[in-house]
Design a binder for this molecule. Structure first.
Ligand code: ADP
Length: 275
């Protein structure tokens, strides 16, 4: 898309001349389109559970007024829908908070082993409920990373939640962290050498190749109904991506359908050796 401006040039005696300026506004138009899509998607995601809650309130006030068994059941469904709306609003707020600070790189020294341990403890019940095993393999010698501990906890939380959600019952989820001599080309040049790689690997259904480039888009899901049923908002990986960008890191996804997926986050080291 182009903005066109016509500038008349002074008459040099060779007839009237003008300069036509073409200003490429494609990125602006695209950004505006993405913003509009995002608002439409978010509204739709919120309206669906709200419509369901309103429907049940009407039924409870009308036809099911004296049905105590229905009261109990409908309240249960309304509760679930309210939880879903709350989760979505929390994710939307996280996303906008991170975006607001995306140009400033965090500066704390963060021990990833500590972060992973905290999140793993909180997820224990969900892991047990699926008969899954969590294996963490983080060497004591792992150098600290340069980051924001709360945001990195959210990265681990979102990746581990997905591994448990999309992992098969009774399988193993592995979290490993290693020093890496060189990050991937997707990482900014300044932080690429000497970084730390954190990987969350599951033995789940895997993700077909064609979906991989779009997974970190807001509300992009391979199977929307399934994601919703599992309590997903479709924002988890978008949040991960923004946090990783703010850390000047990179997110790499490796997946084989029928075998499982590995999500690797590359982060800059805090105590990088000088040049
Ligand atoms: P959701 O809330 O839907 O899980 P995410 O942004 O976390 O949203 O993930 C986007 C989509 O990527 C999911 O809906 C799912 O289709 C796919 N996905 C994410 N993690 C995994 C995984 N570990 N295994 C298989 N598919 C995954």
């Amino acid at each position: 898309a182009f903005d066109v401006t016509v500038e008349p040039l002074p008459d040099t005696g060779e007839g009237r001349q003008a300069m036509i300026l073409l200003h490429d506004v494609t990125p602006l138009v695209r950004a505006e389109q993405m913003r509009a899509d995002f608002v439409a998607n978010a509204s739709h995601e919120l309206r669906t559970p709200l419509t369901s809650v309103l429907g049940f309130i009407e039924t409870l006030r009308g036809p099911a007024r004296d049905d105590t068994e229905a009261h109990e059941r409908f309240l249960g469904i309304m509760y679930q829908q309210a939880v879903r709306m709350k989760r979505l609003i929390e994710d939307l707020l996280s996303l906008s908070r991170i975006e607001l600070h995306e140009h400033t790189q965090p500066t704390d020294s963060v021990d990833l082993a500590e972060v992973v341990q905290g999140i793993a403890e909180g997820m224990q019940l969900q892991i047990q409920n699926k008969g899954m095993t969590l294996v963490t393999d983080i060497p004591d010698s792992l150098p600290p990373v340069l980051g924001d501990p709360d945001e990195l906890a959210q990265v681990v939380q979102n990746l581990l939640t997905n591994a448990v959600k999309y992992g098969l019952d009774g399988t193993t989820v592995t979290i490993t962290a290693r020093q890496a001599e060189r990050g991937p080309a997707a990482m900014p040049q300044a932080t690429r050498a000497d970084c730390v790689m954190l990987t969350v690997r599951d033995q789940g259904e895997g993700i077909a190749k064609e979906h991989l480039p779009r997974l970190t888009e807001r509300f992009y899901r391979v199977d929307t109904a399934r994601s919703r049923q599992l309590g997903g908002t479709g924002l988890g990986l978008a949040i991960v991506k923004h946090i990783v960008n703010r850390h000047r890191g990179a997110l790499m996804i490796d997946s084989v359908v029928g075998e499982g997926s590995a999500f690797s986050v590359f982060l800059p080291r805090c105590d990088r050796p000088g040049p």
